[in-house]
Design a binder for this molecule. Structure first.
Ligand SMILES: *Cc1c(COP(=O)(O)O)cnc(C)c1O
Length: 455
């Protein structure tokens, strides 16, 4: 046995000896781990359902699980969302919608909506056959979808995407008459059924900025205008939906029949200007931790990493953290200091390390490398009690870096991005491990998960 190692991450509650052995194996296989608490994710969804008035309010909730559930893992996250009361799941890419059905999440359990594809090559037949709702926002897409439905002899469930001001997917008001003509024709033929009308908001995450509030108001007015036109064309949708997490939390008037929270399910607010997750009774579900590699002494004035952008201020110890940009650690979260070659300070991504005197916040020092970064410990590792093998925490469900509990929002600030990108960039080579699957999910769902991923 080696020296005692210190742990800066929260203590894990294993469900069983098997869970503990899964954890140990993951640590042997890779020196960093993504931990996702499914009980937390389920509670976040329960809360979002409450925010929408509860299960019988007439407003359903979709768990948005695109991009591998924002990096949290598609199937476990989808199951946690359903356990928390979501009755819809949504993915941008059809591939992920199909994966949900293939995993065993059937149409008896929830609706699934998918919305992003190349209409000339999308797997429409598979989608229709799998009872997946499909968004349409182009004439070519409607034509191809109807052709697939005709061929299959099964009506496609369609959500009409309208561009109320986002400038991305959906029909603009100018192009909508042509769309309505085509939709009317295919509906009459029985190839399609108009399930939904929907749109996406551009600036709902900036509720403190009057220009953005009025811009969202304009999007809502446009949305209603589109509804009127659908009604006049005899194509009224069964449901309408517009709200992302930001609008779900701050704009109850536009919950309509369905809301579509993504980031809220994972426990973050959409933008730090809105406050912290706790303000919205949300808890981050993901933690990212790593085990230190080499820990060693460095002289004062010693360069750290490529480009010599960081020089040690004094004699110190430095630790190698074995995650780098090939793991999704943003290179823009590199740390530089005024002594270094750039001549300016940029605070690197924050990391919580444990010392014998308690936790300490250190930062990425110098450039993030492909597989690793270096942390200036600002002290003597022996005196601090920091060793190779210690577990450090990059982010978790904490109160923020000021409290020595860094969050994904802190990393987003250091990297000049948003927490969404912090999660989704984490590469698949970092193992995903799940806490509380056994308590959060119905027993019959556990079989859909990789048993080696359960703690
Ligand atoms: C990603 C996405 C959402 C969820 O957005 P959040 O800000 O994560 O809540 C909702 N609707 C659409 C169309 C999306 O692409």
């Amino acid at each position: 046995m080696g020296v005692m190692t210190l742990n800066a991450a929260p203590r894990l509650e294993f469900s069983s000896e098997l869970g503990e052995s899964n954890y140990k194996r993951a640590c042997r296989e890779y020196p960093g781990q993504v931990l996702v608490d499914l009980a937390v994710m389920k509670r976040n969804m329960e809360h979002l359902v409450d925010v929408c008035g509860g299960a019988h309010s007439g407003t359903a909730v979709m768990g948005v699980v695109k991009a591998d559930a924002y990096g949290h893992g598609l199937i476990p996250s989808a199951l946690a969302a359903l356990a928390g009361g979501a009755t819809w799941l949504g993915t941008a890419q059809p591939r992920e919608a199909l994966l949900l059905r293939k995993a065993g999440i059937g149409p008896d359990r929830c609706h699934i909506l998918t919305w992003l594809y190349n209409g000339t090559a999308a797997p429409f037949e598979d989608l229709i056959a799998s009872d997946i709702d499909i968004s349409v926002g182009s004439l070519a897409g409607i034509e191809a979808l109807a052709a697939a439905a005709r061929k299959l002899g099964k009506t496609a469930r369609v959500h009409v995407k309208v561009d109320t001001g986002f400038g991305r997917n959906g029909f603009t008001p100018e192009a909508f008459d042509d769309a309505l003509d085509l939709l009317g024709r295919f509906k009459a033929e029985g190839a399609i059924e108009i399930i939904g009308q929907w749109s996406h908001l551009a600036v709902a995450d900036m509720p403190k900025q009057p220009v953005f509030v009025s811009s969202t108001d304009r999007q809502i007015a446009n949305f209603e205008e589109f509804s009127l036109r659908m009604h006049e064309a005899g194509l009224s949708p069964q449901i309408r939906h517009l709200a992302n997490t930001a609008a779900t939390l701050t704009r109850p008037a536009i919950h309509y029949d369905l809301t579509r929270p993504g980031i809220g399910l994972y426990g973050y607010e959409p933008d730090p200007s809105m406050g912290t997750p706790s303000k919205y009774a949300l808890t981050p579900a993901m933690s990212l931790q790593a085990q230190l590699a080499t820990v060693k002494h460095l002289e004062a004035g010693h360069g750290i990493s490529y480009g010599r952008t960081y020089l040690t201020e004094q004699e110190t110890s430095a630790a190698v953290m074995p995650l780098g940009y090939a793991d999704g650690i943003h290179r823009s979260a590199s740390g530089s200091d005024v002594e270094g070659s750039l001549g300016q300070e940029h605070l690197g991504g924050p990391i919580r390390v444990m010392t014998t005197a308690g936790p300490r916040l250190v930062r990425v020092s110098g450039r993030v490398c492909m597989d690793q970064c270096v942390l200036d410990l600002h002290g003597d590792a022996d005196q601090l009690g920091v060793h190779e093998g210690d577990t450090v925490l990059l982010f978790g469900p904490g109160r923020g870096e000021e409290q020595c509990e860094p969050t994904a929002d802190d990393w987003a600030r250091a990297a000049g991005t948003i927490c969404y990108e912090i999660f989704t960039c984490l590469r698949s080579r970092i193992p995903r491990l799940y806490l509380h699957a056994q308590t959060a999910l119905p027993a019959q769902d556990l079989g859909m998960l990789d048993p080696r991923s359960l703690l």
